[in-house]
Write a protein that binds this ligand. Sequence first.
Ligand SMILES: Cc1cc2nc3c(=O)[nH]c(=O)nc-3n(C[C@H](O)[C@H](O)[C@H](O)COP(=O)(O)OP(=O)(O)OC[C@H]3O[C@@H](n4cnc5c(N)ncnc54)[C@H](O)[C@@H]3O)c2cc1C
Ligand SMILES: *[C@@H]1O[C@H](CO)[C@@H](O)[C@H](O)[C@H]1NC(C)=O
Ligand SMILES: *[C@@H]1O[C@H](CO)[C@@H](O)[C@H](O)[C@H]1NC(C)=O
Ligand SMILES: *[C@@H]1O[C@H](CO)[C@@H](O)[C@H](O)[C@H]1NC(C)=O
Ligand SMILES: CC(=O)N[C@H]1CO[C@H](CO)[C@@H](O)[C@@H]1O
Length: 343
Amino acid sequence: MSDKYVVVGAGIVGLYTTYSLITRLHLNPADVTVLAEYLPGDQSTFYTSPWAGGNFSCISPDDPQTLKFDKFTYTNLAKLQKTLGGKECGLDQRESTEFWDYQPEAAKIKSLSSYLQDWKVLPKSELPDGVAYGINYTTWNFNCPNFLANFKKFLESKGVTFHRQKLTHISQAYLPTTKVVLNCTGIGAHDLGGVQDGKVYPTRGQVVVIKAPHIKVNKVRWGRDYATYIIPRPESGDQLVLGGYLQKDNWTGDTFGHETEDILRRTTELLPEILDRPLDIVRIAAGLRPSRHGGVRIEAEKVEDGKILVHNYGASGYGYQAGFGMANEAIDVLIRELNKAKL
Ligand SMILES: Cc1cc2nc3c(=O)[nH]c(=O)nc-3n(C[C@H](O)[C@H](O)[C@H](O)COP(=O)(O)OP(=O)(O)OC[C@H]3O[C@@H](n4cnc5c(N)ncnc54)[C@H](O)[C@@H]3O)c2cc1C
Ligand SMILES: *[C@@H]1O[C@H](CO)[C@@H](O)[C@H](O)[C@H]1NC(C)=O
Ligand SMILES: *[C@@H]1O[C@H](CO)[C@@H](O)[C@H](O)[C@H]1NC(C)=O
Ligand SMILES: *[C@@H]1O[C@H](CO)[C@@H](O)[C@H](O)[C@H]1NC(C)=O
Ligand SMILES: CC(=O)N[C@H]1CO[C@H](CO)[C@@H](O)[C@@H]1O
């Protein structure tokens, strides 16, 4: 084992990045170490990935870069699912219906309609009151905690080392033989010593997880200032994730009774069939999406002695659905830096 390549962070972005690093640079996985305070299996407010509902949805922003990351991820997940052992890895496809209270951006619809499977624009007559636009397609759903655990297990089986460590300063990421560091610290990028990124802020969300074997579809409604969603979790013993909230700059990991009630009201209004069986609440949780003013940061930073640092954080509410594309971009940046270093 050596530590030529260090990935800091073991959330979904760190795992996608580790996978892309190994496959695209054809590395010996034994040269790669993942360093993180929290690892798959852990639960903490400062570890966002286990809390996600885990669907591919149309929530992400409309800029060309995000549209590209979404597309890359959606169209490459089938291969990743196969590599990780099929749908038992915690990733599967489901039908999804999404409603908007307003007309979404044309560029976004153009991009999504070019690759989403079974894409269908719903006729106006089928839209509920107050809805301006609706689509129906086949999406990807993650069972987030299982997927993280299986992804880690797969990378370990190839030879990658996972090491638990809380860094208090960026310099600690450089182990004796380290040549390249990839920074995938999510919300942690806000206050890690060295160069704190004040642009990083949390977007808090609360979800209610219920047991609902009779609900097999995703249903989402996007308002200007709210988001309501219903997401079945694959291979989870029939768990259904109900949400949610998008609260900017709110750091609390606590959950609130009035938010649970509001989520149940909105989701059962959107999909009344939820109440065809008695409500069986499994868990109520809150997480902090790692948002960033100006969007994700994927760029190289100069560090001394020819070492390379590439940042990849700020995935906000779409680390699962855009993260594979972000990882691919981060590796493009790394390859350019490696080539420069050779000149
Ligand atoms: C309620 C909710 C629902 C969501 N639903 C979806 C969804 O349906 N689809 C979707 O695509 N996204 C969803 N998201 C967003 C998604 O969860 C995030 O975009 C994603 O988890 C971010 O992953 P990450 O790897 O960047 O960060 P994290 O998962 O937070 O991982 C950060 C890693 O860096 C490590 N780290 C940080 N600082 C340090 C340090 N100083 N030293 C050592 N290690 C450090 C941490 O320990 C951790 O391992 C949702 C989020 C929430 C809260
Ligand atoms: C559905 O996906 C969006 C982004 O992909 C996310 O913000 C939302 O929270 C997800 N739903 C659930 C239940 O997590
Ligand atoms: C990651 O980026 C953040 C924000 O710039 C910074 O505070 C932190 O030191 C970086 N960590 C590493 C390991 O490069
Ligand atoms: C954070 O959100 C909770 C729940 O909605 C709310 O009670 C609290 O006042 C918020 N805190 C801040 C600082 O906005
Ligand atoms: C709400 C809605 O129109 N759902 C449809 C989405 O597409 C599938 C497959 O074509 C239909 O079975 C659903 O009824």
